[in-house]
Design a protein around this ligand. Structure first.
Ligand code: SF4
Length: 550
């Protein structure tokens, strides 16, 4: 394989010698994470869970499995209850470990049939104390999982074609997909085949189970650009090529967290049948050339930033595909401001889909079961999750839409939500996450209620994303109001839960990161007043047609 090109320049070449890139011969592990991955592939922990840990219990779990390989099957220990945010990062990891797990189910493309939704609900009710959050990556996440129950959970989920394989860990995670793939009237191209093919060929395979870090993928042929393609490691976005017709524009190297970066276009057009090969080429570059020395520089975005899109495309073509790719156009601007598909919309077959909004993705097993019953009673067998923590029911005849909408509203799931309910997302937060400093989900739910009361007439698109720590699971940098959890000082000088504010970020139209307003921090208690003030100022000053992010 080729070594780092001279395009990077002598200074960079020297700096990157020794970044742990396998393709440059650095095969010796440079840190504890790389060591445990080399010692034993993460996928191999499944046999130990099935044969040993589930029988002997939590205390029998080997330490490097517990804090490492379990993730390859979607399992993380959850935070021990009662440890406040001031202890995060101060206590040793094992002091924060509860004996219960978070378990993530991958729902590639956000697609569920009713048997699958009922299985998800059953696991929640039987094994997860009713928990089941819809995440902003179209997954479902459980809490309170006992290691003893994991094999039975796998049997239920896998019995209906779902899995937890590589739902976490340094692996290819869920492949996001347009929730309206195959049904939208305005669809450019349906990427479903490629999502399934990537799963079949590459997920759970040892060739791609030891990556430098996680690898996030998205495929959408919707003109709404509805999978947050700007912040994935690789995205395929539907475009019409003037000569070749519908296909995909390829984006690489997006990601948030610390050092957020928007993805860049490779400037190539890829037909549907070649998407899995190009995906494999890109993930292979990441595996081989990705930086493995420091975990905080290990995401693909750092390699893409150093190489630039031209060199990245050249390496992809020359070393991995052995052919040139076709040049292609960029996608148009998104066809709408909201990209969550909430509301009632006509499908291309004349039926309708109904998108609805739980509050900050919080549902539960009982509610999921009731959603399945409602869908069935209205003639549907298909449900979708979105990257905004929302859900859709597909294939509804026109004369049944009103009754379904009524049924959903009765469950507290709004089909015409306020902008606050529609646009607010929250990560897991201190309730269960070991990295969290502050609480998020409950606060997000209360903020929605409060804002609905205080500003009942506000009707502009607005996104409020709430994170429990400096990571970016709820995408704070690309929200109109991004709230990064941290301890702050209140008026009396006491350390209390609060947020650093980022203002004016967005995806879609003019994507960009919010400004961290220097020194602007709000206490958790002061959050409703602050949001009200920002929204009222915006209302008072906005010009005709101006959106919040402008
Ligand atoms: Fe946990 Fe932080 Fe991610 Fe929230 S943003 S889920 S607190 S790691």
């Amino acid at each position: 394989m080729a070594t780092s090109s001279s395009a990077a320049g002598p200074r960079k070449t020297a700096r990157h010698r020794g970044e742990g890139q396998w393709a440059l011969g650095h095969r010796e592990p440079l840190n504890a994470n790389e060591q445990f991955k080399k010692d034993d592939d993460g996928l191999n922990v499944r046999a130990r869970i099935e044969n040993v840990y589930a029988h002997r219990g939590f205390d029998s779990i080997d330490g490097s499995d517990l804090r490492g390989r379990m993730r390859w099957w979607g399992l993380y220990t959850q935070r021990k209850p009662g440890i406040d945010g001031g202890k995060t990062g101060v206590l040793e990891p094992h002091e924060l470990d509860d004996e219960y797990f978070m378990l993530r189910v991958r729902i590639d493309g956000g697609r569920l049939n009713l048997a699958q939704l009922r299985a998800v609900a059953e696991v929640s009710e039987r094994y997860a104390r009713g928990t089941a959050d819809v995440t902003d990556r179209q997954n479902v996440q459980y809490h309170w999982i006992r290691i003893e129950d994991v094999p039975a959970i796998w049997r239920i989920l896998e019995g209906v074609g779902l899995s937890t394989t590589e739902a976490c860990g340094d692996t290819p995670r869920i492949v996001l997909g347009s929730p309206t793939a195959g049904i939208a009237e305005d669809e450019i191209i349906d990427g479903t085949w490629a999502i399934d093919e990537i799963n079949k060929r590459y997920i759970g395979k040892p060739e791609y189970s030891n990556l430098p870090r996680k690898f996030k993928s998205a495929i959408s042929g919707s003109p709404l650009l509805d999978v947050a393609h700007e912040i994935n490691d690789i995205s395929f976005v539907g475009v019409n090529h003037p000569e070749h017709g519908p296909g995909f524009d390829v984006w690489v190297g997006g990601g948030l967290s610390t050092n957020p970066k928007l993805a860049v276009r490779l400037g190539t057009w890829v037909p549907l049948e070649e998407v899995p090969d190009v995906w494999e080429g890109v993930i292979s570059i990441f595996r081989d050339y990705g930086y493995r020395r420091l975990r905080n520089r290990a995401r693909l975005k750092f390699l893409v930033a150093d190489w630039g899109p031209e060199k990245f495309r050249q390496v992809l073509e020359d070393e991995y595909l052995q052919r040139k790719l076709i040049d292609g156009p960029a996608p148009e601007q998104p066809s709408g401001v909201w990209r969550d598909h909430v509301g009632v919309h006509r499908q291309k077959d004349g039926k309708f889909y109904v998108g609805f909004a739980p509050r900050v993705g919080r549902v539960d097993g009982a509610t999921l079961g009731k959603i399945a019953d409602l869908a069935e009673a209205h003639g549907s067998d298909r449900v979708r999750t979105t990257v905004e923590q929302k859900m859709l029911i597909l294939d509804i005849e026109e004369d049944k839409v009103a009754s379904l909408t009524e049924g959903l509203e009765a469950l507290g799931l709004r089909v015409t939500p306020s902008p606050f309910r529609r646009g607010t997302m929250a990560c897991t937060g201190i309730e269960f996450c070991k990295l969290a400093i502050v609480e998020t989900k409950g606060r997000g739910q209360r903020l929605i209620e409060e804002m609905e009361q205080r500003l009942p007439d506000f009707d502009q698109p607005l996104t409020i994303n709430i994170n429990g720590c400096p990571n970016a699971c709820a995408r704070i940098q690309v929200a109109d109001i991004g709230l990064k959890g941290q301890l702050v000082l209140d008026d009396e000088g006491n350390q209390v839960e609060g947020y650093q504010v980022h203002l004016g970020g967005s995806l879609g139209f003019d994507p960009g990161f919010g400004r961290k307003v220097r020194g602007l921090k709000v206490t958790a208690d002061g959050l409703p007043d602050y949001v009200e003030r920002v929204v009222r100022n915006f209302e008072a000053q906005r010009t005709e047609g101006e959106r919040f992010a402008q």
